[in-house]
Design a protein around this ligand. Structure first.
Ligand SMILES: Cc1ncc(C[n+]2csc(CCOP(=O)(O)OP(=O)(O)O)c2C)c(N)n1
Ligand SMILES: [Mg+2]
Length: 579
């Protein structure tokens, strides 16, 4: 029986306890150990948020649904439970939808719960308050979408949403809850019985023994093997087994951005600093929870050393992922934990050591690249360039390896990924598969809430702007988040001019010399303006020591960046002569 069941006493009837949609949704979430909701209040979900808070669910209120959605998405990634985002109808729903689509693309489990308007009026298009057929719009952008019309179906609806989000390849799920549902009253006992506790929401998917043997045979035959770890491997939380697999085989590994730290970037087998060499020269590549999408140049072309061909082994929970871009000679389909365990059980003391000439060649290239970069990281000049500033932050993370690093921007992202070593699993959260701007504050807030760990968000000044208003949320909840803005006065660089002359600024530049630190001060947080790497390090250390919400405006040379960071080659070029 729900604590909050109401007692209605109709004349002449025996006393019956009743419950309603509000309470059943809360009970269904709590029954499934969902303890946090990220959202923005309004009609028809304001009271639901209040009641959920009163019932002991942590309800974190944001300033914009997209940021709440991003928070829910990364909560899902960090916990393997679906992160919940709660929004109002039509515009609030649409604001949350970008985050839901992004979560689906990144395979993060998340449920977007939106209130919606009256079905009868919406479907006849009679112009209801915030009228929109939200279910139809959500469907193509997420993994599954459901609507609950009857209070008695809330248990099943929530259960289906949870299972759809976390089972198989995780992703975003939309749950549509019309306004009328919240107030629907049903018998409390029947209501309690209708709730569903999802048993084994993400069942293990065991790979076939033949697939495992095939993969091991291919791997054993390699002369220049490489392991690529993707964020699917980080999500799996099979950290010890993944480390054992890498170490027992002795094969060089390349972590994708959010897989950094599964094994420390300073691990002797880490080939992060020799990325182009290992992609080009390897002969067998085993991908663990990594996809051959644009981030890996689709597994073909010059960066993969074509015309020479290579053999790919792929471990993924989604069978359709196999052969998505190139032939996979050894597909291993199953959940990462089970697959890695199965591979490990086939690797005994007779397993051949990784070929020494290859291991040494990778190490030599890596040492050379690290040595080349070292002096750039020690430059203590004002204004700072990216490397100088990142050198300081690299030391911060080395000294505080538990810190969660959130990172977005163009140069600020691409260079930080290469410079800042990560030492522990799931300590680097970033723009993911789409390279989307705007994840920063949502990710930082949820990371702090879900883990209780200090968060360092390293943000391009443009990137920050997409979610910047949430610094108020950070202050309101008193979260241990330190935001560092790499302020180069614009997108990529702050030096562009308007080719037409005139008084409008160029499209990529912002107000020069802005003081983003004042934004944090406006809400009672700590602000700092820094111009050298030494000052930057001191300010970040102070923030992480104090745990106080802090924003550091780091002044970066506006001429230091390059167009689109490291992916300028993706820009289409006009064939006409540049004006
Ligand atoms: C939602 C979204 N809108 C636009 C873009 C295009 N975009 C890519 S990076 C970027 C901002 C880069 O500037 P900044 O964050 O200041 O980084 P910098 O290179 O200056 O360090 C933009 C707008 C995007 N990736 N995502
Ligand atoms: Mg910038």
């Amino acid at each position: 029986m729900s604590d909050a069941a109401v007692q209605l006493k109709p004349a002449g009837e025996a006393e019956r306890e009743m419950t309603d949609g509000f309470h059943l949704i809360i009970d269904a979430l709590k029954l499934n150990e969902i303890n946090t909701i990220y959202g923005v209040p309004g009609i028809p979900i304001t009271d639901f948020g209040r009641m959920a808070q009163a019932a002991g669910i942590r309800v974190v209120s944001f300033r914009h649904e997209q940021n709440a959605g991003n928070a829910a998405a990364i909560a899902g990634f960090l916990t393997k439970k679906p992160g919940i985002c709660l929004t109002v109808s039509a515009p609030g729903f649409l604001n949350g939808l970008t985050a839901l689509a992004n979560a689906t693309t990144n395979c993060f489990p998340m449920i977007l719960i939106s209130g919606s308007s009256e079905r009868e009026i919406v479907d006849l298009q009679q112009g209801d308050y915030e009228e929109m057929d939200q279910l139809a719009i959500a469907k193509p952008l997420c993994k599954a979408a459901f609507r609950v019309l009857h209070a008695a179906d809330i248990g099943i609806g929530v259960a289906r949403a949870i299972r759809a989000a976390v089972s198989g390849r995780p992703g975003g799920v939309y749950l549509d809850l019309p306004a009328k549902l919240f107030g629907q009253v049903i018998d409390a006992e029947a209501g309690a019985k209708s709730l569903v506790k999802v048993i084994d929401p993400a069942p293990a998917q065991i790979p076939g023994p033949a697939a495992v043997k095939r993969a091991l045979d291919v791997l054993k035959s390699a002369k220049r093997p490489l392991i690529i770890l993707g964020k699917g491997a980080a999500y799996a939380q099979a950290d010890d087994d993944i480390r054992a697999l890498v170490e027992k085989t002795g094969i060089p590994f390349l972590p994708m951005s959010m897989a950094k730290g599964l094994l420390p970037d300073t691990h002797p087998q880490c080939a992060g600093a020799a990325r182009s060499t290992v992609l080009k020269d390897s002969d067998v590549v085993m991908m663990i929870g990594a996809r051959l999408n644009w981030l890996l140049s689709h597994g073909k072309g010059k960066s993969w050393g074509e015309p020479h061909s290579k053999k790919f082994i792929q471990i993924d929970i989604e069978p359709k992922e196999m052969d998505s871009n190139v032939e996979i000679v050894a597909p291993v389909v199953g959940d990462i934990g089970s697959c890695v365990q199965a591979l490990l059980s086939g690797i005994d003391s007779k397993w051949p050591a990784a070929p020494a000439d290859w291991v040494n060649a990778v190490k030599a290239k890596k040492d050379e690249n690290i040595a080349k970069m070292a002096p750039r990281l020690m430059k203590n000049t004002a204004p700072m360039d990216f490397h100088g500033a990142l050198g300081a932050l690299r030391t911060v993370i080395k000294e505080r390896p538990d810190t969660i690093l959130v990172n977005e921007g163009a140069n600020t992202l691409d260079l930080a990924r290469g410079v800042i070593d990560i030492y522990k699993p799931r300590r680097r959260l970033d723009v993911g598969t789409w390279g989307v701007m705007g994840i920063g504050m949502g990710f930082a807030i949820a990371a702090a809430i879900e883990t209780g760990t200090p968060v360092l968000a390293v943000e391009g000044d443009s990137a920050f702007g997409f979610s910047g208003m949430e610094v108020e949320t950070i202050c309101r909840y008193g979260l241990p988040v330190c935001v560092v803005i790499f302020n180069n006065n614009g997108i990529y660089r702050g030096t562009d001019s308007n080719a037409a002359g005139g008084s409008d600024p160029a499209t990529t530049v912002f107000v020069k010399g802005s003081r983003y630190d004042k934004m944090m001060e406006a809400f009672g947080g700590v602000g700092a303006n820094v111009t050298t790497p030494d000052e930057l390090k001191r300010a970040v250390d102070a923030a992480l020591d104090s745990g106080k919400p802090t924003l550091i405006n780091a002044v970066i040379d506006p001429a230091a960046g390059s167009e689109s960071g490291r992916i300028g080659n993706l820009n289409p070029q006009s064939v006409l002569r540049k004006k």
